[in-house]
Design a protein around this ligand. Structure first.
Ligand SMILES: Cc1cc2nc3c(=O)[nH]c(=O)nc-3n(C[C@H](O)[C@H](O)[C@H](O)COP(=O)(O)OP(=O)(O)OC[C@H]3O[C@@H](n4cnc5c(N)ncnc54)[C@H](O)[C@@H]3O)c2cc1C
Length: 373
């Protein structure tokens, strides 16, 4: 690789920061542009399980195995399924036995940031567009400000990427499912009955075209998602705990108690996805990683893992191939095929979740994946 190449990464999510870190480890200083004003501007969301063959592999390539061990929660890999009447239908036998430990998103972002030089990320830099300089390079625009020129611009800017329209005409489509995110603080002390209900990992309660998923996060925080089928703008007018509870009218009081204990911060996350097999024709000096390239519903738990593996593979191609354009093409051609099974699986899951068969299907899925054979 020509180490004097100027590389811009748009977005300091898990994908963008993993790419910046691996390049930095090999002597290449990329510039990251992030619209949030600081790492703590907004809560980064819940817990993620990093898979050995993707998220964990990317952290190894980043030289962050030790940092990962410090933040990984191997003890929180449990899984429970209940129906709306509060009946326990499934419980994974060993919550601490798997190889998919949970990490909190904020801790993961901080571990990546700590491994980069302080001036690597420009905070408060909301990229509004990208323009060609006419000599195979690109400038980034942030309102009236211009950055660059850059030899390579990597769009790691998530679902509503500002880089993607230069490569693809596709926009994410609404899946019909909305997740309302809620949180319960200090559960072990303030709400021990709910901490016990959720257990060491994930509780899923499913029934009548609705579901509630609650995950144990670090610091005894419980993060829940109430999931149902409503128009994509439902959250704009209905975001309150009473409106949320009304969606689950008739469910077991032990389950509804989750809403009674929730704090006031509710977030609506209408779930969108790009089509399975989304791809584009290569364009010199531009590419996408992570959700910008292959946004999928969260049901497979693959999104962050795919984003970090994209970063690791793109970095490897760039570092090993003398010509930047050939490196990017090799990354793209492999990535387009690699993500198809995960995208297909999460599209199918989004279609069948909250259907009349969803409880039976969830039970079959858990038995298949979590019961020792
Ligand atoms: C409710 C929910 C639950 C999920 N649970 C899981 C899970 O359990 N496991 C899993 O693997 N995945 C899960 N996902 C998916 C996962 O969050 C994403 O796949 C992952 O975060 C993608 O990483 P990324 O780096 O590509 O993009 P993002 O994490 O979206 O990061 C993009 C970054 O770019 C910044 N940005 C955006 N636009 C601009 C701009 N114009 N200029 C500058 N910066 C910009 C953003 O502020 C952000 O920091 C879940 C998603 C949702 C919605």
């Amino acid at each position: 690789m020509n180490t004097s190449l100027r590389i811009a990464i748009v977005g300091a999510g898990p994908g963008g920061l993993t790419l910046a870190r691996i390049l930095y480890r090999h002597g290449v200083n990329a510039s990251v542009f992030e619209r949030e004003r600081s790492p703590l501007e907004r809560p980064q969301g819940g817990t993620l399980d990093l898979h050995a063959e993707s998220g964990q592999l990317a952290l190894q390539r980043a030289g962050l195995e030790d940092a990962f061990k410090r933040i990984a929660r191997y003890e929180d890999q449990g899984s429970r399924l209940m129906d709306q009447h509060g009946r326990l239908l499934f419980e994974a036998p060993n919550p601490d036995a798997g190889d998919r430990p949970e990490v909190d998103r904020t801790a993961l972002r901080q571990a990546l940031l700590d491994s980069l030089p302080p001036d690597c990320v420009s905070w408060g830099a909301s990229v509004t567009g990208v323009r060609s300089t006419g000599d195979e390079r690109w400038t980034l625009h942030q309102g009236a400000l211009t950055h660059g020129p850059f030899d390579l611009v990597v769009g790691a800017d998530g679902a509503w990427s500002k880089i993607r329209p230069l490569l693809s005409t596709y926009q994410p489509q609404y899946s019909g499912l909305t997740f309302i995110e809620f949180g319960i603080d200090d559960a072990d002390r303030q709400h021990p009955h709910l901490a016990a209900l959720v257990g060491r990992g994930t509780l899923q309660v499913a029934g009548e075209a609705r579901a509630i998923i609650v995950q144990r996060n670090a610091n005894a925080h419980l993060r829940g998602y109430a999931i149902f089928r409503v128009p994509s703008d439902w959250g704009a007018d209905h975001l309150s705990l009473p409106a949320l509870k009304a969606q689950f009218h008739g469910w077991h009081p032990q389950v509804l108690a989750l809403f009674d204990a929730a704090n006031e911060t509710l977030l609506a996350r209408p779930i969108h996805a790009l089509p399975v097999g989304h791809r584009w024709s290569h364009r010199q000096g531009l590419t996408l990683i992570g959700d910008a390239a292959h946004l999928m519903s969260p049901f497979g738990g693959e999104g962050v893992n795919a984003a970090m593996l994209d970063a690791a593979e793109l970095a490897q191609h760039l570092l090993e191939t003398p010509d930047c354009s050939s490196a990017v093409q090799a990354y793209e051609n492999h990535m387009f095929e690699r993500v198809i099974p995960a995208a297909q699986g999460s599209a199918e899951a989004a279609a069948i979740q909250l259907s009349h068969d969803s409880l039976a299907l969830s039970l079959a899925h858990l038995h298949h994946h979590l019961t020792p054979q």
